[in-house]
Design a protein around this ligand. Sequence first.
Ligand SMILES: NC(=O)c1ccc[n+]([C@@H]2O[C@H](COP(=O)([O-])OP(=O)(O)OC[C@H]3O[C@@H](n4cnc5c(N)ncnc54)[C@H](O)[C@@H]3O)[C@@H](O)[C@H]2O)c1
Length: 328
Amino acid sequence: MRLGFSGTGYIAKIHADAAQAIGARVASVANHRPESRAAFAERFAVDRTFENVPDLLAAGGIDGLVVCTPNALHAPDTLAALAAGIPVLVEKPMARTAVEAQTMHDASVASVVPLMVAHCWRFDAEALWLRDEVRAGRLGRIIRTKGYGVHVDWGPKGWFTQSALAGGGALADMGIHALDTVRFLLGDPLPERVYAAVGTYYREIDVDDTGVIVVTWQGGITSVIESGWFQPQADGPEAATQLYGTEGYGRLYPTSRKASGGELVDPGFVFPRKPHCLPEMYQAQMRAFLEVIRTGRVEEGRSDVSLVNARIVDATYTSSQRGEVVHL
Ligand SMILES: NC(=O)c1ccc[n+]([C@@H]2O[C@H](COP(=O)([O-])OP(=O)(O)OC[C@H]3O[C@@H](n4cnc5c(N)ncnc54)[C@H](O)[C@@H]3O)[C@@H](O)[C@H]2O)c1
């Protein structure tokens, strides 16, 4: 499998490492900065480098494109690749807005070219364990959940903090992990209503650095999600999620389950993880993308599922601005 890359930054290197670790080739790369694409090409033995994605696509020779650019470029990069018949793995958040995400999903459906969104926690062994516990009914009926996407005492700089390039701040960057993880654990429920308080308190930036989001899902489960950068404290690491059911409790990072009135069941995962975002998780995600290229079908990271995340994020900002519950 020959993969093209758009972007040469932090996550592009992680995906390129993952691709090579599972035997795929990093065949070409596009980036607007010559020095950064040259360094990426040298590190991953990439033959062909391009200034932009249209040139990379026109040159051909790839089986899939991995989009690792700022959020504002997710839609244009993805649409160009789908139009060229090239399957796409696009980073989270799927896009800046639900409108952009919708155009990407629609283009994938219309072209019958698969689009996968990189919601990496769906490929984590611990998330899969807890999802299976839920599926097996060991927590009973889930009533409520809590999830975290919070950076303590630090946050990103540059494009991440500029709304034109990022769309949103800590919610779009970190809260989306907590949001997608709880949906994964619950079997991708659809949202019924959202209430949120989102704001900017820690830095002079034009995106949010703090958020509390309450989502009630169709069927009645209510999820509380915290997003944040520069926070003095977090109740759990990225994607940590707690589930409260009629028969018990389950949680990620540290990962365990407890029956009501019973003993803790420890599946034996190491905590804390170093690094928290394990290479194995990204390798499993990349393996899934290679399978998408082979079969034309997306199992986890489906664009229709991620589009719902984008709608929830939009509703979150709307709810916070208006101080009202938003019904979806
Ligand atoms: N799933 C995860 O674990 C995870 C982790 C980090 C980032 N991400 C996502 O990956 C994407 C990229 O994030 P990153 O951390 O790699 O960012 P980064 O800043 O490290 O890299 C961004 C890349 O895009 C390029 N780029 C192209 N046009 C640009 C422009 N106009 N302005 C700035 N950069 C431009 C940069 O040169 C760079 O190569 C984002 O959507 C982010 O949300 C996901």
